[in-house]
Design a protein around this ligand. Structure first.
Ligand SMILES: [Zn+2]
Length: 418
């Protein structure tokens, strides 16, 4: 049984906390100045470092080397308290962690108030970390109010919560509030690269980008995903195929084939992709979501040109080169029109009984700007004309392109053609 990555890479100092510089920098400055408040509120999404930071703050406050004469923002790591509060340490008597989700009642709050009146057993402060602080009941908060308003000099409260608005105002106004954020993708990516390297795992191109996407900005979730991928990997390490299948993302090659088909008005290929999506067990809605994301990337590329790589840092270089070609082939108006269509289809697909039908209708619309009388449709047709495209065949003859391309059992047997 191995320890979870998330535990093994839990930060022990503020310097190790990633993606929260806007919080850690001013907090560390305050600590260096010896400006210590008696109550802190750490808010933000789950898994982005609030509880870890609360523990780090407690560790610094009770570090033997941190004195009023010599304030510091980094735990020494050697004194008894620092060692007790290190990763995997036994914990300290003077740092009390309370999970308000299970101990948020008024009796728990009264007991806490009682405990707070006693002096610390060894260290400078008695630190109470209230995790999930929004779960403290209103009566519980009221019981705590007095001690938070007028705390004994040795008492310190750190509230950690995903919902700061649920912490009653009278308590909140006594705290220094530090809002944590989701970790930006590029910061997360380089962190995961470091972890993979430290773990000695070989990682194929594009895999960590998938992990970043799946983790959605939460360090804990991202490391859990990476953990799972590593656990299921062979001696060759992590490869893109395995990761994309396990995480349920659409394989980039499916998106490539579809976008290429749309750019070439190649109905046969487009519907073959739909066939592959269905036959490989992809969820149609997820596929359309991923397609929309791809269109977004292409729009960024079309708009930003060479500068796009900065905005699309999670796209590997060879993939980016291919997407540049796709953006040129489709053109700005067609990209924008397609994104609108895909977005509309995505809303229609929510709760739809036949998502496949919607997916196929979407294909028909994407392939036929000629059937679209809106300004966006005309604009897309103009784009195609300018590129020497085949807009006239799709418009004037009864759509030779599409019916020939349709699988015989398809539900979209007679698409309306303007
Ligand atoms: Zn220390």
């Amino acid at each position: 049984m191995t320890t979870a990555l998330y535990r093994r890479y839990r930060p022990e100092t503020f310097a190790e906390v990633i993606g929260q510089d806007h919080v850690t920098a001013p907090l560390r400055q305050a600590l260096r100045n010896g400006q210590v408040n008696h109550a802190y509120l750490f808010s933000g999404p789950r898994g982005c470092g609030k509880t870890s930071s609360a523990r780090i703050l407690a560790r610094i406050l009770n570090c033997e080397r941190n004195t009023e004469a010599n304030p510091t923002d980094t735990p020494c790591g050697q004194c008894e308290s620092c060692r007790e509060l290190a990763r995997g340490g036994p914990g300290s008597l003077d740092v009390v962690e309370i999970d308000a989700a299970s101990h948020g009642g008024v009796d728990d709050a009264r007991e806490l108030r009682e405990r707070a009146t006693f002096a610390p057993s060894r260290d400078r402060f008695k630190v109470f970390i209230l995790d999930e602080a929004h779960m403290v009941s209103p009566q519980g908060f009221n019981a705590l109010l007095k001690i938070v308003e007028e705390p004994p000099p040795h008492v310190m409260f750190i509230f950690a919560t995903t919902e700061p608005d649920k912490v009653i105002g009278t308590i909140r106004s006594r705290t220094h509030h530090y809002p944590f954020r989701l970790v930006p993708p590029d910061v997360m990516l380089s962190f995961l690269e470091q972890v993979a390297q430290a773990e000695g795992v070989t990682v194929g191109a594009g895999v960590l980008q998938l992990v970043v996407r799946a983790g959605a900005g939460s360090v804990r979730d991202s490391l859990s995903v990476l953990d799972q991928l590593i656990a299921g990997s062979g001696p060759a390490g992590l490869d893109y195929e395995g990761a994309v299948a396990l995480l349920g993302f659409t394989h980039a090659s499916l998106l490539d084939d579809l976008v290429d088909a749309i750019a070439a008005s190649d109905g046969a290929s487009a519907f073959r992709v739909v066939e592959r999506v269905i036959s490989t067990g992809h969820e149609p809605r997820r596929f359309v979501e991923d397609l929309l994301e791809r269109l977004r990337d292409l729009i960024v590329i079309a708009a930003a040109g060479d500068a796009a790589s900065a905005a699309l840092h999670d796209v590997p270089a060879d993939q980016l080169a291919h997407m540049r070609t796709q953006a040129v082939h489709l053109g700005a108006s067609e990209l924008s029109r397609s994104a609108d269509l895909i977005n509309a289809a995505l809303s229609e697909m929510t709760g739809a009984t036949s998502p496949r039908l919607h997916l196929e209708l979407l294909m028909a619309r994407l392939l036929l700007p000629g059937a679209d009388d809106s300004v966006a449709g005309f604009s897309a047709r103009l784009d195609r004309l300018e590129r020497g495209g085949i807009v006239s065949t799709a418009t004037l003859t009864p759509a030779p392109l599409l019916p020939a391309a349709m699988p015989s059992d398809s539900v979209v047997a007679t698409p309306a053609v303007a």
